[in-house]
Structures are given as C-alpha cells and as structure tokens.
Design a protein around this ligand. Structure first.
Ligand SMILES: [Cu+2]
Length: 459
C-alpha cells in the first residue's frame, strides 16, 4: 500500500468529478508508513497491524473514500473473524492529514443496515458530526454520503459509526485519525517513531466466526487493532529514538496500558496536547472508554519489552470462564475415574493455568489456545492485549522490520540459583497491634479462596 496515494496531476478532470476509487486491504500485516506524495509534508504514523488510507488531491482538497462493509479479519494466524469494517479491514484504515487541510470524505455503505461516521474529537460544522438522526439521516445501504471539513487542530482522533452503535462497534467498525501539525509547535515534539492502535473487544465463541453483538461486559477477545497476541506485531525501534504511541479505546471497559523498561509521559489526549506542566512520569496509563492517550518516551534501553494491558484477563484468549480455581487441589485418581466415562477428559489447573499452554488440547476449528505465544525461553503464556517493544542499537532509522529476539549480554538474564535454601526465620510474636479476639477459645478458621463460578461479568 505504501506510497500509493494518487497524485493530483495524475487524475483527469473527468475522473475528479467521480468518486475516488476505493482502496481495499486484504492483509492484516503492519504496513510501512505511507509517505505523503502530495499536500503538506508530515512525518507519517505506523498503524499496528494496519495501514493508512491513500488519498487524492482535488483542487486543494484531500479526498478519501471509506467503504463500510463486511470484512474477514485475521485476528491471529489461523483465526479469522467475520466482522464489519472499512475498506476490507477492521479496524478501518488510518486517515492522516495535516492541520489546516480541507478534507472531503466519501462514505459508501455496503452494510445491510444504515450507518453514519462520527469524526471523534474533531472541530467541525455541526452537520458534519455524523450522528444519525441528530445531525444527518442515516446512510442507507448502497448509498454514499460526503463529509467535508477543515482539520482544524492537530492531534490524535478516531472515527466510528454513530448509528446502531452497539451492533456496529461490536462488529469492529472503527478507525484511527491523525492530524499532523503544519509547523513545529512547542507542545508537539517531532518523534522518530509514531505508532497507533485502537483497543476493542469481541465475544466470539470458540469454533464460531461472528461476534455476539448483544454482549455487554463478558467479552472473550481483547484486541489491539482487532488482533490478539501472538498475532500482534512488535513495535520495532532504534535505541535512542523518541517514540510516540497513540492509543484509543473503543471497547466497553478501561485498559491500563503498561510499558516495561521505560518511563513515559502522556503528551496528548483526544482533547489536544497536554501542557508541559501537567505531564508526569508513568509506566502505566489508564485509557478509559472513549478516550485516547498518546504516550512518549526515549527508547534508551535495549531489549524486548512487554507492552500490554495490565488487566490480567485481557491478556488471555477465548476460553470458557466457568472454571473453578483448582490451584492446590489434588486430583490424582480423579482423571482416571472420569476417563472411564469421558475418554478425552483432562484435569487441568492444579498447578495454575500455565499447564494449559503445555497441553496439546483438541480445540474447535477457528479458535486460538487461551494463552500462547512462543518466546526465546518458552511459552509467553499471554494472549489478547499484549505485544513487545523491541529496542535495538542496530535498528536502522526508518526500518520497522522485526529484528528477532534480543541477544542478552552475558550474565544479564535471570537464572536458576543453585545455592542451598536456608530455613526462613519465622516471627514468634503471638500477635501485633490488632484488638484481641472476643472469644479466644473459638476455633480458628482457615479460608480457602475460590473464584466464584458463573462467568466473569464483573471485571
Ligand atoms: Cu484491558
């Protein structure tokens, strides 16, 4: 896709009167940044497992053509979901413009129901805001609407339907939008690498292909740009690069996004750049529902650093959740008895859930193991919202290729200790500062923690 934007001079007057030819993408790979070959120059972003929509210049107006349509999104190798999206993918392509650009967006609806596109965070005429019923009629199936406005303020934005929202967003309709500054500004630093992705969630039963659109909280797939680990590409940077990562949340819950090995600051939101005096160092930032955060840091530490949502259920893939906690439970003998009744039955979980990654469990077609991903030291035991920031001294400027696993300097990897274990010293105190028990003769109780069954609808 990269570099395929149509230059103004290459398009005839007749062609300019017609709709811009829609560009479609079949691959879920991370595309190289789309270097602008018309309009004001800017430093393009890289969309994680995504791409930027080419445009054409029509008498000074940047014209884009979005097609809302059913798509097949490969969420991870071997796992395809039937979603709705734009121009062949979910999320749709990233739209990149420059502050002050006049933008004309054609939206063709190839869905079975009406839609509309809301340009989240933009300053625009009210009638361009894309809210069905409030600012425009819905775009009926088969129809094309045109939106036109000036991209007035630089920053991090997104687009999504404002029509039958629950269904259309649960089906994957969303996309990123970046407005680059037209001139250097004190609050928007020039960066060497600029990544973006959206957070979304789906409820797709193992063995099926289409999200359950009525699900409100109990999702089983947590995604960066409709991809799940280990299907999410790594973010590959050169040591010393100033790196910006832009994240928008169009799921139904918040995601504390955590980066290992570096401190970052939040330099902007969908409301604009954060004043310098209001920035502070973080290693985790919570991205609430409907919010966008752009984080920045100097990637000065070489290595393979995890970048993930800190909610542990969001770094897992599809599974049944009605699983009791079995850690510490001895089921020796139990499996044999059940096996007489159900030959394929497996007992799992007595040493924690990591056992599941070791088991060659038969799983339904078109599903992924609950946690997976092979690292250089074995299974990473992760899924969902997890990827890796790879920082390398040898990564060339502008090279986004995967450098492979980090080669650790000798003596810098955690290793097994072979020293003998000493007996731990134990406290002999009979109690601390707590109030004495009312009835000291009552038997003491030992509590065994067991997760409640019946789903995980409350996290
Ligand atoms: Cu999360």
């Amino acid at each position: 896709m990269a570099g395929s934007a149509v230059a103004a001079g290459a398009v005839s007057r007749v062609a300019l009167a017609a709709l811009p030819e829609p560009v479609s993408q079949t691959s879920a790979a991370t595309m190289a940044p789309l270097q602008p070959d018309s309009g004001r120059p800017y430093h393009p972003v890289v969309t994680l497992n995504g791409w930027t929509l080419p445009w054409r210049m029509n008498r000074g107006v940047k014209e884009f053509h979005l097609v809302a349509e059913p798509v097949v999104r490969e969420m991870a190798p071997g796992f395809k979901a039937h979603l709705w999206g734009y121009n062949g993918q979910s999320p749709g392509p990233t739209i990149e413009v420059v502050e002050g650009d006049r933008v004309r967006l054609f939206v063709t609806n190839r869905l079975p129901e009406a839609t509309a596109v809301h340009w989240h965070g933009q300053r625009l005429p009210n009638g361009m805001d894309g809210v069905t019923g409030l600012t425009q009629p819905g775009i009926a199936p088969g129809k094309t609407f045109v939106y036109e406005f000036v991209a007035r303020r630089p920053g991090t934005f997104m687009y999504h339907p404002h029509a039958d929202e629950m269904v259309q967003m649960a089906m994957g309709m969303m996309g990123f939008w970046v407005t680059h500054p037209k001139a250097p500004t004190p609050l928007i630093e020039r960066v060497d690498r600029d990544f973006c992705f959206l957070l979304s969630s789906y409820d797709i039963e193992p063995g099926s292909y289409t999200p359950k659109i009525a699900t409100m909280t109990d999702f089983n797939l947590w995604t960066f740009n409709s991809r799940i680990f280990p299907g999410i590409d790594s973010l590959n940077v050169r040591r010393g690069d100033r790196v910006r990562i832009r994240i928008g949340n169009l799921s139904m819950t918040n995601h504390p996004i955590h980066l290992h090995g570096h401190e970052f600051s939040v330099t902007g939101t969908d409301g604009g750049p954060v004043p310098r005096g209001a920035r502070w160092p973080e290693v985790t930032t919570d991205v609430a529902v409907g919010q966008m955060r752009q984080i920045e840091f100097i990637a000065d530490a070489e290595g393979d650093w995890a970048l993930h949502c800190h909610k542990s259920h969001h770094t897992m893939n599809a599974m049944g959740h009605n699983v009791p906690t079995l850690i510490g439970v001895d089921h020796s003998g139990l499996a044999k008895k059940i096996n007489n009744l159900i030959p394929d039955y497996m007992v799992m979980g007595e040493r924690g859930m990591a056992d599941m990654t070791e088991m060659e469990m038969p799983i339904p077609d078109n599903t992924v193991p609950m946690m997976t991903g092979e690292g250089p030291f074995g299974s990473v035991e992760m899924g969902g919202m997890f990827t890796v920031l790879k920082v390398r001294a040898g990564q060339k400027p502008g090279d986004y290729g995967d450098p492979g696993w980090f080669k650790h300097p000798a003596g810098t990897v955690a290793r097994e200790s072979v020293a003998a274990l000493a007996e731990p010293s134990r406290s002999t105190s009979g109690g601390g500062q707590a109030m004495p028990r009312r009835d000291p003769s009552a038997a003491s109780a030992e509590v065994r923690v067991r997760k409640p069954a019946g789903g995980h609808g409350t996290h």
